[in-house]
Design a protein around this ligand. Structure first.
Ligand SMILES: [Zn+2]
Length: 288
């Protein structure tokens, strides 16, 4: 869209990689130019940044890195929420590539998450993410490990951690199985638990149960959802800032431009709910 009115857009889940890609400052600049006002930045795994070997210290270095990246994005004028985690795919990579034993990965993941919990309490980061379950087939014990790490993270909501969950896409079963875990753990702050990479159907179910969800803001999905899907979710670019995989999943600025285009086609209110109102409510930030 050229020259048209830009709607303010919040990106509820994105990554930056200053080691490989353009980094948060440049991402923030480009996103701002297209209407971006908010971004939730989540760390990648240590080896994506070239931080090796991937033990506890590496994960702590990742926290330092994401905190600086969040600061850079903030300096460019975006509202920012900062997350660091222990991705379910890390479990597999640590066993397959780095030759850790499953029990070592479990202990490492729990230790990292406990440290992150303390950092939420101290206001160093805003939340833990990504944690969750693998979205592909893997050995059962690895899913069990990832799940326990997720549970440890969910308990950190007590100390004010927001949570971004990465899960399989099995529709209602995905949401309901996590919901049961959340209830058993006695987690009260359900609205701060975010189901990342949800389908529209999953987002609806999540919201019904008091959680929140992000849906990939790819142009095709936005075209489909505008006007049809109730604007109860947030959108995410899940940008990974890796020049070897350009535009994966979508450029935040492209997502913003698409939303502005939809706004000119009569979906302005819908766009506002998805990209401003819900973001402001969930992340507790002042709208632009
Ligand atoms: Zn992600």
């Amino acid at each position: 869209m050229e020259g048209g009115k830009k709607v303010p857009v919040g990106d509820a889940h994105a990554h930056s990689n200053p080691a490989r890609g353009m980094g948060a400052r440049e991402i923030a600049r480009r996103f701002r130019r297209s209407g971006g006002w908010f971004i939730a930045l989540l760390s990648l795994n240590p080896w994506s940044y070239g931080i090796e070997p991937p033990g506890y210290e590496a994960y702590m270095k990742v926290v330092d890195l994401i905190v600086s990246e969040c600061r850079r994005a903030r300096e460019e004028g975006l509202k920012v929420k900062c997350f660091s985690g222990f991705h379910p795919a890390d479990v597999d990579r640590l066993i397959d590539r780095y030759r850790l034993r499953p029990e070592e990965v479990l202990q490492l993941g729990l230790r990292v998450v406990r440290a992150l919990r303390g950092m939420c309490r101290d206001g160093v980061i805003d939340g833990i993410g990504e944690v969750g379950r693998q979205h592909y087939r893997t050995a059962p014990e690895r899913v069990a490990i990832a799940s326990l790490i997720m549970e440890e993270a969910l308990e950190a909501t007590e100390d004010g951690c927001m949570i971004q969950l990465h899960l399989e896409q099995a529709g209602r079963a995905t949401i309901d199985t996590v919901d049961m875990v959340v209830r058993r753990l006695g987690v009260k702050a359900r609205e701060t638990v975010i189901f990342h990479h949800s389908t529209l159907q999953m987002a609806t179910r999540a919201r019904e149960l008091g959680y929140n969800a992000t849906v990939p803001g790819v142009p095709k999905m936005l075209d489909y959802a505008a006007g049809k899907a109730e604007p109860i979710f947030m959108i995410e670019s899940d940008f990974i800032d890796d020049p070897r995989r350009p535009g994966v999943v979508v450029y935040p600025w492209l997502m913003a431009e698409k939303l502005s285009e939809l706004a000119t086609k009569g979906y302005e209110e819908w766009a506002w709910k998805v990209a401003v109102e819900n973001v402001s409510r969930v992340f507790g930030v002042e709208p632009p």
